[in-house]
Design a protein around this ligand. Structure first.
Ligand SMILES: [Zn+2]
Length: 120
């Protein structure tokens, strides 16, 4: 007999307005409480090679994709194009198993810091 895992919602704070909201484990990467915040929170997907390299080791591509508002395929493709080194398969599962949590605020501040430094 198969056991049905209990899926307790996780409490999170919206990355934009900081309103607490609940997500279910399968959607633990959700960052925003609403589509409006998701629209505001999205970052233009134009990281430098150095920044993206850095980000790849700070969070899984699924989380990076959400911060940039693109698909994880887009992030993977860009990383490949830039010839960046990515954590191997299973790396993030191991991190999560030891209590790792994506620090969205940190990701956003790194991305925004670069935007200020590099004028378009
Ligand atoms: Zn919000």
């Amino acid at each position: 007999m198969k056991t049905i895992p209990v899926r307790n919602p996780i409490n999170k704070a919206c990355a934009v307005c900081h309103t607490p909201f609940k997500v279910y484990p399968g959607k633990a990467d959700d960052l925003y409480c609403s589509p409006v915040c998701s629209q505001i929170g999205r970052r233009a997907f134009n990281p430098s090679k150095e920044l993206l390299q850095n980000l790849l080791w700070l969070a899984p591509t699924t989380s990076l994709a959400k911060v940039f508002g693109v698909s994880d395929k887009a992030v993977e493709k860009r990383a490949k194009l830039m010839n960046l080194e990515k954590p191997e398969r299973g790396y993030w599962a191991k991190q999560y198993a030891t209590g790792f949590e994506v620090d969205i605020e940190k990701l956003i501040s790194l991305i925004d810091a670069e935007k200020v430094e590099i004028p378009q």
